[in-house]
Design a protein around this ligand. Structure first.
Ligand code: FES
Ligand code: FES
Length: 203
C-alpha cells in the first residue's frame, strides 16, 4: 500500500512539478489509477475448461497452448511446430478441433474448451471411463514417442462424433494434418476404426 501511495502521488508530481497545482496532481493521479485498473482487468479472464472455470492473468493475445500448459498445468496438450501445422496442440473449442498454438486466449473467452484431460467421463461410481478413442489407441498400442497422440485423439474424437462410421479415406482425410513423426499412421487408422466400433456398440 505504501509503495502504491508513493507511486500514485509521486509519479504525477514528477511530471507536473512545474505546475505545482494540487488539482493537476489529483487529476493525473486519478487518470493513472484508472489506467492501471483497466490494465489489470484486461489481463484477468475466466476460461471454461473441461467443466471447470479457471481464472487466468495474461495478455489476451497470448496463445492458448501456453496458458493450458504453463499456467494451468494441463500438459496433455503438446507443443510441436507452434505454427498451426503439425496438429499436436489440438484441443476442442465448442466441440470443434482447433490448434491451440495459433489460437489467442482472448478468442477462447466464454467458449467451452476441452483438452485431452477432459475427454474421459466419470462413471456413476466415480471411476474414470476413457473416451472410446483413448481406449482404442491403448488397445491398438498406437503411441511410440506419443508426442502427437493427444492431438490425434482430439481430432479423431471430433470426427467420430460427426461421422460414426468413417471410411478409411475419411479417416485419412480428417487426420491428414495431424503429423506423426514416428510414422504410426497405420496403427492410428486402425485405432480410429476400432474406436468407431466401440462407439457403435454402445449406441
Ligand atoms: S504445435 Fe500447434 S499445430 Fe503444431
Ligand atoms: S507417436 Fe511419436 S510423433 Fe506420433
Amino acid at each position: 500500500m505504501r509503495l502504491c501511495g508513493i507511486f500514485f502521488v509521486n509519479t504525477p508530481c514528477i511530471f507536473l512539478a512545474p505546475y505545482q497545482n494540487p488539482m493537476y496532481v489529483a487529476a493525473a493521479s486519478a487518470i493513472l489509477a484508472m489506467l492501471l485498473f483497466a490494465m489489470f482487468w484486461s489481463c484477468t479472464m475466466d476460461l471454461h475448461i473441461n467443466g471447470r472455470t479457471y481464472t487466468v492473468h495474461c495478455d489476451s493475445s497470448e496463445m492458448l497452448v501456453w496458458i493450458l500448459r504453463d499456467d494451468l498445468g494441463l500438459t496433455g496438450t503438446k507443443m510441436g511446430c507452434g505454427a498451426g501445422i503439425c496438429g499436436s496442440c489440438t484441443i476442442h473449442i465448442n466441440g470443434v478441433p482447433v490448434r491451440s498454438c495459433v489460437t489467442p486466449v482472448g478468442a477462447a473467452l466464454g467458449q467451452i474448451i476441452t483438452t485431452i484431460e477432459g475427454l474421459a467421463q466419470l462413471g456413476e461410481d466415480g471411476t474414470e471411463i476413457l473416451h472410446p478413442v483413448q481406449q482404442a489407441f491403448i488397445d491398438e498400442q498406437v503411441p511410440q514417442c506419443a508426442w502427437c497422440i493427444s492431438g490425434q485423439i482430439m481430432t479423431a474424437a471430433a470426427l467420430l462424433r460427426d461421422n460414426p462410421s468413417p471410411t478409411d479415406d475419411e479417416i485419412d482425410n480428417a487426420l491428414a494434418s495431424n503429423y506423426c513423426r514416428c510414422g504410426c499412421y497405420v496403427r492410428i487408422r486402425s485405432a480410429v476404426r476400432r474406436a468407431a466400433e466401440y462407439m457403435r456398440a454402445h449406441v
